[in-house]
Write a protein that binds this ligand. Structure first.
Ligand SMILES: NC(=O)c1ccc[n+]([C@@H]2O[C@H](COP(=O)([O-])OP(=O)(O)OC[C@H]3O[C@@H](n4cnc5c(N)ncnc54)[C@H](O)[C@@H]3O)[C@@H](O)[C@H]2O)c1
Length: 276
């Protein structure tokens, strides 16, 4: 018996990276999966975002585990889109037990030069989008009487500042307040709400030229290997980044009955960064 046998999990931003790892991990522990992603480039984001082909690959990998999967395009900024994801999940699988609000973007800029559009898009996806994703999934959890679990993707940027990340850091700090408030409010419905707070994760969000440039002080030809030392320097443990699977293991555990009395917690998966 897997940890999540008989459960249905909805995962935002699941076309690639951590969302894909969460989908595969939860499925490998028995859950049926509803995964969605915007699969398009947002205007203020320079880092290449996921594609429809990425989303289809996630679905293929989940199917390989033997579990059922629905993969949809959906936008965490848009409540109608989220209602469609929820209603499709309910029509196909009849229930929602776990929601992982993982979708996020990164863009870089100083406070003084940041456009309204860059600020607004960040808050809309990385903060409001987390709220809207969880909210959309609450009615079936409450109505079922069986409760459920929500896991919000925070960051070490939920607890400290980073260069050129004022909007990201603000959104991720907000995710902690959101997580605590939801945990407080939803306990009476037997819904637990927690967050994961990773340090750098080896996903396309950091494995891209924009980040290589930032971490090498502007070197145009920098590669992934050139930033290894700079990333390692942030951490207490001598590794540059964690893998998406490390975060997925934490998500799976928090979602399971092994964590049945844990709510309102932000779990760092951070190579000791936050105590350094
Ligand atoms: N990679 C890191 O170093 C790191 C560290 C800490 C926290 N995080 C957080 O982890 C989460 C996952 O990031 P990742 O590292 O897997 O990066 P990623 O870019 O591989 O995955 C993020 C996914 O979210 C999707 N997405 C973006 N906007 C969306 C929207 N409006 N609606 C639906 N989907 C949308 C993207 O298309 C992408 O597939 C994010 O919230 C990110 O902020 C990442």
């Amino acid at each position: 018996m897997g940890k999540h046998e008989g459960k249905v999990a909805v995962i935002s931003g699941g076309a690639r990276g951590q969302g894909r790892a969460h989908a595969i991990k939860l499925a490998s522990e028995g859950a049926d999966i509803v995964v969605f992603d915007i699969c398009e480039q947002l205007p203020t984001v320079d880092v290449p975002m996921a594609t429809l082909a990425d989303l289809e690959e996630t679905a293929r990998l989940v199917r390989e585990t033997g579990r059922r999967v629905i993969a949809l395009r959906g936008d965490v900024r848009d409540s109608d889109s989220l209602a469609q994801v929820r209603d499709t999940a309910l029509a196909e699988f009849g229930q929602i037990d776990i929601v992982v609000a993982n979708a996020g973007i990164v863009s870089l800029g100083s406070a003084v030069s940041m456009s309204d559009a860059m600020w607004d898009e960040m808050i809309a996806v990385n903060l409001s989008g987390v709220f809207k994703t969880v909210r959309a999934c609450l009615p079936p959890m409450i109505d079922s009487g069986r409760g459920g679990v929500a896991i919000l993707t925070a960051s070490t940027a939920s607890f400290r500042a980073y260069d050129s990340h004022v909007h990201y850091t603000t959104a991720k700090h907000g995710v902690i307040g959101l997580m605590r408030s939801l945990a407080y409010e939803l306990v009476s419905h037997n819904i637990r709400v927690n967050a994961v707070a990773p340090a750098a994760v080896a996903t396309p969000l950091v494995q891209n030229e924009v980040m290589y440039n930032l971490f090498t002080g502007g070197r145009e030809d920098a590669t992934f290997d050139d930033v290894r030392a700079a990333f390692t320097g942030l951490n207490l443990m001598k590794e540059p980044w964690v893998q998406a699977e490390d975060v997925a293991n934490a998500v799976s555990w928090l979602a399971s009955d092994e964590a049945r009395y844990i709510t309102g917690v932000a779990l760092p998966i951070d190579l000791g960064l936050l105590i350094k």
